[in-house]
Design a protein around this ligand. Structure first.
Ligand code: F6R
Length: 259
């Protein structure tokens, strides 16, 4: 079965609950599950729900999508700190199973290819959690990123730096550079689970699902992925032309296809 499945829910809470159900099933059923994880505002509720579910994380291996260059792991705004604060500190994951690109690597190309090797050595990502930028980025693969890209350094666009200034207190403090898994890396995950909430994401969601596949909207490449679930609230779905069709499809899923 190859498809992008769009699940529209009245609220972000309800859409997140479906995503949490998909992840918890994997964690319960698959030995040594490998999760790809995202940061930002979107997955915060998801991590809270996963913590509340009290799953056993001892065998879980994780790889985060991205990190800011130049931020120490202890920095308030580092994605490493974000992940420990929002998830890892509240579950029984083994520290050695957590992987986050290093923002302080001396040799960035070497540490990026080492990151790719570690993903391969873990058997690849079973499920990659994704958010989406207002211009359609996934990870920090900004518009015009190569659709075949691997983990590497990227320069953030002005729009992304502005969007993330809320975490730093000011635009000037947002780093210019990040390390991000590439689009090719993300596409190798066996399943992708993308969440998007609110009006601000409506244009990017419509371009991803119903627009042409183009590096101008990196998330649109997910149309070529064999297994993607997109969980959105009504606001983020508001510019989808075929929203009624996606709703009908989800409500009438054959039992054997249900999560
Ligand atoms: C974060 C990441 C980004 C975000 C995106 C949306 O690890 O990879 O692609 O998912 O920028 O950010 P929020 O959720 O803050 O709107």
């Amino acid at each position: 079965m190859s498809q992008m499945e769009i699940i529209i829910q009245p609220t972000a809470e309800q859409a997140t609950a479906i995503a949490a159900g998909i992840i918890s099933k994997l964690v319960r059923e698959k030995p040594k599950p490998v999760l790809g994880l995202a940061t930002g505002s979107t997955p915060q509720k998801l991590y809270r729900m996963l913590v509340d579910m009290q799953l056993d994380w001892r065998e879980v291996v994780t790889f985060n999508l991205d990190e800011y260059v130049g931020l120490a792991p202890t920095d308030e705004n580092s994605y490493r700190k974000f992940m420990w604060d929002h998830l890892f500190d509240h579950v029984n994951i083994a520290g050695k199973n957590v992987h986050i690109p290093s923002g302080e690597a001396k040799n960035i190309p070497w540490s990026c290819s080492r990151y790719e090797q570690k993903i391969r050595a873990a058997g690849g990502v079973d499920l990659q959690v994704l958010g989406i930028g207002t211009e359609g980025h996934i990870g920090f693969n900004e518009a015009t990123s190569s659709l075949a890209s691997r983990t590497r350094i990227k320069t953030l666009t002005k729009e992304t730096r502005k969007a993330n200034a809320r975490f730093f207190g000011s635009y000037d403090k947002v780093p210019h550079h990040v390390i991000t898994m590439g689009i090719g890396t993300i596409m190798e995950a066996r399943q992708c689970l993308l969440l998007a909430f609110g009006n601000k994401k409506a244009g990017a969601v419509a371009a991803m699902v119903e627009g042409p596949i183009t590096s101008w909207v990196p998330a649109s490449v997910l149309q070529m992925h064999p297994r993607v679930v997109v969980c959105v609230d009504e606001a983020a779905a508001s510019r989808l032309k075929k929203a009624d069709y996606y709703r009908w499809t989800y409500e009438n899923k054959p039992d054997w296809q249900r999560f």
